[in-house]
Design a binder for this molecule. Sequence first.
Ligand code: ZN
Length: 249
Amino acid sequence: MVSDVHSNREALEAVFHEIDAQGISQIWCLGDVVGYGPDPEFCADLIRARCMKTVRGNHDEALFAGAEHFNPFARDAIKFTKRRLQPRAEATQNDRERWEWLRTLPQTFRHAALLFVHGSPRDPVNEYVYPDDPDLLHGRKLAQLFDSVDLAAFCGHTHVPCVIRSDSTVFTPADSDNHFVLDPKFRHLVNVGSVGQPRDRDPRASWVELDGDTLVFHRTEYPFAITQAKIRREDMLDEILAARLSQGI
Ligand code: ZN
């Protein structure tokens, strides 16, 4: 599972290289294919070609629904992305298909006892669930979050990898040597972190492998200096979007 690629070609290529090297056969994407980064066409085309399923992220949705509620640099990045992706008169067939694919991404999908969303099970595109959310200790939010979940829901959106269990226990990858076993006695919300803009102070791309009932949290190094240089060449992409990539914030 990959999520929050955010138009970061170098991170996506490095992750897919590692996925291929490990012989992983199915890739699922949890949204925010675009936004923030400099390579929306490349990332959307590669995700569309390689992923079994992709759900809609809030940045993907903002291309069509508007980005008025975003902060200024996220909003400008949506403007930049829309200018690059929205088909003009001279657009190719692939340009049009890419735009239509982004417009029609589903909010959720299910596979056996697994649910896939961008944000949360109760608000699949927009809700943030952070591992240190104090409301998680209160039963109501927890119950609502897990209401539609069988064994596990997978999400992204916060760019912070973790597992939140239905008994309100929270696990970070470091707690368990990057491995976690799904326990049928509980329900789980698994955040796979971000490929293209990690925010847990580790700049390496984050993704999660599911092997039977075992999750493996992976980190993949990539040449972020190349992505930063591309961002700095674009007037509409704020410096903060480049600077944060080397710090993982
Ligand atoms: Zn995101």
